[in-house]
Design a protein around this ligand. Structure first.
Ligand SMILES: NC(=O)c1ccc[n+]([C@@H]2O[C@H](COP(=O)([O-])OP(=O)(O)OC[C@H]3O[C@@H](n4cnc5c(N)ncnc54)[C@H](OP(=O)(O)O)[C@@H]3O)[C@@H](O)[C@H]2O)c1
Length: 341
């Protein structure tokens, strides 16, 4: 597997697996993706449209966002995603959205929380309440985050879905609030829901591996405040999100979504350094031991292992940076472990 251009990358991230194509034949009705305008949404929308075409079924994909990125609406339309501009904070706007049997919710706010906490709470709690109320008769896959769990040491193997949330800081607390809003509406209306607890998607233009590779390439020290992490190829995230529509239930199901490896920052950085022919330097002598780590064994047992391995992601990421390919310039700040985003 080699990815050398943005076009190849976008094609790969939106390539549906045979299981997703089969799922499109079974799932009834149209699909709406809310908050499609971010880092993951466009590739997810395109995958849904491609899976529907390959399945030969008649189904629409709606992409709903404010569309603050110029040109994204047109790009999505060219991929057969029907776009609708909507500010999800506005309850009257939400009330006008078309009813569909399948909803994937991905809107949220993280960076800039410190100093503007109320907006983060509105985005991560009020918006889910608006959406869950409007789509009470739909199936809802709601993107969440592994940051709702407590930080743990690598020897634990990561938090399973049975670990009680203990979010650190207002961003993570508001993400638990998002989950609770979907849970509340599922209990009240019987809405079939799945909370999709994702830890770090890899897309080459952003992500934890992107941030490590960029530091090494620019001769900056690798930030190793958090010594271990989990990542998963964004194409696998998209595949699992679409298949998760069939797993929604009431009360909601919780699903950890990440790769099988507990990646050590030192071993990843040294592998990248070798590919880039660079000496790796670190911010601190001993890497930090408390990390956000998720155990996604439940997802592997349902969907199988991710299609792209960690070793391949490391190589693809290093090659992407060496080639000077595009970055979204959206650092993940995965090193933050005091909750202040
Ligand atoms: N990427 C990851 O590795 C990762 C890891 C853990 C969890 N997650 C979760 O997965 C979800 C999707 O991730 P992502 O990286 O794609 O997030 P993202 O880049 O923040 O995208 C979310 C998008 O939601 C849209 N949005 C924000 N406010 C809105 C509003 N008021 N009304 C309508 N749309 C609004 C924005 O697009 P517009 O400007 O077009 O409105 C924004 O780009 C997020 O909720 C995040 O918590 C992601």
């Amino acid at each position: 597997m080699d990815i050398t251009t943005e076009n190849e990358l976008e094609l790969d991230l939106s390539e549906p697996s045979p299981s997703t194509v089969e799922a499109m034949k079974r799932i009834d009705g149209d699909i709406a993706i809310l908050g499609i305008g971010g880092k993951i949404g466009p590739s997810l929308g395109r995958m849904a449209a491609r899976a529907i075409a390959q399945a030969g079924v008649d189904k629409k994909v709606f992409g709903i966002s404010r569309f603050s990125e110029a040109g994204l609406k047109e790009k999505l339309e060219s991929w057969n995603v029907k776009t609708i501009s909507c500010d999800l904070l506005d309850r009257d706007d939400v009330a006008k959205l078309p009813q569909v049997p399948n909803v994937i919710f991905m809107a949220g706010r993280k960076f800039g929380t410190t100093g503007a906490e109320s907006l983060t709470w509105a985005m991560n709690v009020l918006v889910p309440a608006n959406v869950a109320n409007h789509y009470r008769t739909s199936r809802i896959v709601a993107f969440s985050t592994g940051c709702v769990y407590p930080q743990v040491e690598p020897s634990t193997g990561g938090c399973t879905e049975h670990v009680r949330p203990e979010p650190v800081g207002e961003y993570a607390q508001s993400c638990l609030g998002r989950e609770r809003m979907f849970e509340y509406h599922a209990q009240r209306f019987g809405t079939k829901t799945l909370l999709f607890r994702l830890n770090y998607a890899v897309d080459l233009r952003y992500g934890v591996l992107h941030d490590i590779a960029t530091s090494i390439w620019n001769d900056n020290p690798v930030v190793n405040v958090v010594g271990h992490f989990n990542v998963i190829w964004q194409g696998d995230v998209n595949d699992w999100a679409l298949q998760s529509l069939e797993l929604c239930e009431s009360p909601p199901r919780f699903l950890n979504v990440t790769g099988p490896e507990t990646a050590s920052i030192v071993s990843v950085a040294e592998m990248m350094g070798a590919i880039m022919n660079k000496q790796v330097r670190y911010l601190q002598q001993i890497p930090g031991n408390l990390c956000y780590l998720n155990n996604a064994a439940g997802a592997f047992s349902r969907f199988g292992y991710p299609r792209v391995t960690l070793q391949d992601m490391i190589r693809l990421q290093a090659q992407w940076i060496i080639a000077g390919n595009r970055s979204l310039n959206k650092p993940t700040h995965f090193e933050i472990n005091d909750g202040t985003f």
